[in-house]
Structure formats: structure tokens, C-alpha cells
Write a protein that binds this ligand. Structure first.
Ligand code: GLN
Length: 485
């Protein structure tokens, strides 16, 4: 196995045993980027010099014997998380030249752990999208089939992990943007509990839904990453003071004593690809074979999740993105002489069509006279969805479902029809609306060899159970293989 193919767990062991240095590992990853990223297009910025300097520092730390699990591990970061001195664009023209003067808390924590940040990943502009086609700069391709979408909005991160262009990544998930691309690219992705991870320094899309989380090659790698980034933060009042257990302590042989909830309505949902259905059914069988008990549950309000999400996410986005007005932040159209025209043109030219669509939708939904009918109503539906989960978790420890209704489809298929793209988030949105954690773990392939992911969701702050089930499943199912890129 070549160095760039290692998991974080394997690389950390090799580094500690001095089988190779952090500089060699980082160079291997940079070489891999040079070899394949012209085809995949996962990176917006590669920081070769910075990465080698961080690797050098990591080697010194390894030499002194005070390494942590991430010391010397090459990582990539979704381009909406601020990295001091390293361009952070949110894949938007309005922030094309933005170089943050500070690190996001999660970046600070990665750097304190000695991780090496090799670069920034492409994404849908401001995380709005499910395909990574909505970037102002480039379209990322799925390493398993370069004509297919990698999923989104953290599509650059998922593609980079799948194609061994970093050992792990951080993405963000507002409605599925970590889990869905992880599913499409055959990697593991975790949306932690709302509040588990600080969002200080991450560009806000929909503040009541956004969470930062890890993408990795294995469940254990995601546990290692979540350990490093979790915990309270005085700079983010929504970061929870709940104690952070060691997520890598995955206890228990098998899954006896665990009860898994399955909503059969999900499995018969129209639009669920039969190959995905088969992969999920087989996965449920595997989980049962590990000793878990499966029970039927009902999440009746999930059918309204897409509608509620569209209103809530767009409303919050319209407010959060008001700051990119060419004066306080972002691109300014300097040709305008009239003040109002300057605002209008700066926003029209700086923001792409999907972002503008959501701002317009959200501004309408929040307008005087409409608030109760839309945002108010959507918030009530959100409570009903939360109640469904609370009831379900009275009888089960975890809920399993598909991540996405279909495997990754050809680039361009939903670009003309945003509604068809929104509908694909059906299975992932509810975890954001209710704040619970969710994971996507590879569970099979379609007939044309595209990866399919299984979603597991648990109670608030119970990521430990999530990792336990996912890890046992991963080992038992033995889904292996890499994209032939
Ligand atoms: N695909 C969803 C959307 O377009 C979710 C995006 C996200 O999680 N950031 O809004």
C-alpha cells in the first residue's frame, strides 16, 4: 500500500513507529493531488509550502514523543471553514479573494493536534446544493465515475477522501451535505449532534441547522477526527458544554442489546432506487446478524421535511448572507456610481443563481405578513418532526435508513430542475431539523458500481452508539474497493 492510501489510524501508527515521516506522507498526498486532481477537481486551493512546513513541525513533535493521534496527518478542509492566511472562498465569486485573518475553532484544534492542512475543497456555493455543480469555480467529479456528481455540498471533501488526496476532511452538513456526498463517494461521513462542534469561523448558511463534521475512509478515522474537534467554545454560544466522551473507545462485541428502528415507509418510498433498497435491506440483515433487534417505527412527518427545510434554510440564509453586500463583505461592483445600484449589482454579480434563488425565497418567506404562514408554520412542522424522533427513540437506540434515494447520477441531470435536487435530501434533512447525529457508512454498490451509503441516526449527543453500530457494521459487511482513478 502506498502512503496516500493509508487510513488515519494506519498512518498515525506508521508515524509513531518511524516507518515514514510526516514530510514523506505529506509529499505522497501532494503527489497524489498532482496525479489525479486535474480529473477530479476536488481542490480549490492547495497549500504546498504551508503543508510541508506543518509536516516539518509535526516531525519535530513526533521526534520529541509528544504526538497526538492527528500529528502529521494530511487533511483537506471544505472551503467555508476559515483558515488563517489561506484563501477561503465558500466557492463564491463574492469571496474569491478572501484570506481570513484567523482560524476557525475546528482548524485551531486540528493545528493544536499537529494535523497538516494541505488545502481547501470545492463545494456548492455557500453549501447550497447537493451536487457540487453549484460552485462558482469548477465542477467536482465523482472518482468512481468521472461523469457523475460526487454529491454535495461537501462534494470536494468526499471526492478528495475517496481518491486518496487527503487522509481525512472536514465538511459541513445543513441538510445532508456531509452524509450524502460520503454516500455517493463510498466514504464515511458524520453529522454530529447540533452543538457538538463549534462553528466559530465557519461561514453560516442556516444557523439553526449547520454542523461541522468529519469525512474519512473508515468509521474509526471519523471518530478520531470528531474527538479532536468537539467540545465547548467560548466563541460559539451554540457549542454545547456536554462532556465529550472518547469516541474511539468503541466497546462491545457484536450488537446484542441494541435495538434498531426502521420506518418501513422509507423503504417503500416512491423514488427510492431498487438497487439502493436492496443494499439497505441487506445492511439491515447484516446489523441483525450482529445481534441487534430490529423494530418498526414510524416517522410520519418526514414527508413534510423537504418543505419545512426549504423555508427554514432559505429564510436563515437570506438573513446570514445579507452581509455580502460589497460594503461590509465580499465583491463590490466598482463600476456603479449609484448606491442602490452598487448594492444590487455587487450581489447579483457576486452570488450565483442557486444562492440568489434561496435568498429571494427566504426574503419572501420572512416578509411582513408572510412570516406566520411560512417560517412560523415550518417551525411548527419542525417540532412535529422532532417529536416523531423522540417517540421513536423511546423504543430504539438507533434508526437506519437510506442516505440518498439514488446512487450518484450524471452531472447535469438536476441542474435545470432545482426542485428535483431538493427532493433528494428527503432522508437526511430530518436529522438537521431535529438536531440529532447521523452517519453515512458504505453498505454496497449499484449494478454499475457506484457506492451506496447506509444512514444511522442516534439520540442527541449519543455519537458513541452511532460509532459502535457503524464500526461493527463496517467490519461485518466488509465493503471494500477503491475507485480506479
Ligand atoms: N442539499 C441541501 C441543500 O441544498 C443541503 C445542503 C447542506 O447540507 N449544506 O440545501
Amino acid at each position: 500500500m502506498t502512503l496516500h492510501e493509508l487510513t488515519i489510524e494506519q498512518a498515525a501508527r506508521g508515524l509513531r513507529k518511524k516507518e515514514f515521516s510526516a514530510k514523506e506522507l505529506t509529499q505522497a498526498v501532494l503527489d497524489r493531488i498532482d496525479a489525479v486532481d486535474a480529473r477530479v477537481q476536488a481542490y480549490l486551493t492547495v497549500d504546498r509550502e504551508g503543508a510541508m512546513a506543518q509536516a516539518e513541525a509535526a516531525d519535530q513533535r513526533l521526534e520529541k514523543g509528544n504526538a497526538m493521534p492527528l500529528t502529521g496527518i494530511p487533511m483537506g478542509i471544505k472551503d467555508l471553514i476559515c483558515t488563517k492566511g489561506l484563501r477561503t472562498t465558500c466557492a463564491s465569486k463574492t469571496l474569491e479573494n478572501f484570506v481570513p485573518p484567523y482560524d476557525a475553532t475546528v482548524i485551531r484544534r486540528l493545528k493544536d493536534a499537529g494535523a497538516v492542512i494541505v488545502g481547501k475543497h470545492n463545494m456548492d456555493e455557500f453549501a447550497m446544493g447537493a451536487t457540487t455543480e453549484h460552485s462558482a469555480f469548477k465542477i467536482t467529479r465523482n472518482p468512481w465515475n468521472l461523469d457523475r456528481i460526487p454529491g454535495g455540498s461537501s462534494g470536494g471533501s468526499a471526492a478528495a477522501v475517496a481518491a486518496d488526496m487527503c487522509l481525512g476532511a472536514l465538511g459541513s452538513d445543513t441538510g445532508g451535505s456531509i452524509r450524502q456526498p460520503a454516500s455517493h463517494c463510498g466514504v464515511v461521513g458524520v453529522k454530529p449532534t447540533y452543538g457538538r462542534v463549534s462553528r466559530f469561523g465557519a461561514a453560516a448558511f442556516a444557523s439553526s441547522l449547520d454542523q461541522i463534521g468529519p469525512l474519512g475512509k473508515t468509521v474509526m478515522d471519523c471518530a478520531i477526527l470528531l474527538n479532536a474537534i468537539s467540545g465547548p467554545d467560548p466563541k460559539d454560544s451554540t457549542a454545547s458544554p456536554s462532556p465529550v466522551p472518547d469516541f474511539t473507545q468503541i466497546t462491545g462485541e457484536g450488537l446484542s442489546g441494541i435495538t434498531i428502528g426502521v420506518d418501513r415507509a422509507f423503504m417503500t418510498a416512491g423514488g427510492l432506487d431498487p438497487q439502493v433498497r436492496t443494499a439497505i435491506s441487506n445492511a439491515i440483515g447484516t446489523i441483525e446478524s450482529l445481534g441487534a433487534r430490529c423494530v418498526d417505527i414510524s416517522l410520519p412527518h418526514t414527508q413534510y421535511a423537504v418543505a419545512a427545510y426549504c423555508v427554514i434554510a432559505s429564510s436563515e440564509a437570506s438573513s446570514n448572507l445579507a452581509r455580502y453586500d460589497g460594503v461590509r463583505y465580499g465583491f463590490r461592483d466598482k463600476e456603479q456610481t449609484d448606491l442602490l445600484e452598487m448594492y444590487t449589482q455587487s450581489r447579483s454579480k457576486g452570488l450565483g443563481p442557486e444562492v440568489r434563488r434561496r435568498i429571494i425565497l427566504g426574503t419572501y418567506a420572512l416578509s411582513a405578513g408572510y412570516y406566520d404562514a411560512y417560517y412560523g408554520k415550518a417551525s411548527q412542522v419542525r417540532t412535529l418532526i422532532q417529536n416523531d424522533f423522540e417517540k421513536a427513540f423511546e423504543v430504539c437506540d438507533a434508526i437506519v435508513s437510506p442516505v440518498a434515494p439514488t446512487p450518484a447520477y450524471p452531472i447535469g441531470d438536476t441542474i435545470e430542475n432545482p426542485l428535483s435536487m431538493y427532493l433528494l435530501d428527503l432522508f437526511t434533512l430530518s436529522a438537521n431539523l431535529s438536531g440529532i447525529p447521523g452517519i453515512s457508512v458504505p453498505c454496497g454498490f449499484s449494478d454499475d458500481h457506484m457506492p451506496v451509503g447506509l444512514q444511522i441516526m442516534c439520540r442527541h449527543f449519543d455519537e458513541s452508539t452511532l460509532f459502535r453500530i457503524a464500526r461493527q457494521f463496517e467490519q461485518q459487511a466488509g465493503i471494500t474497493g477503491k475507485p480506479a482513478i
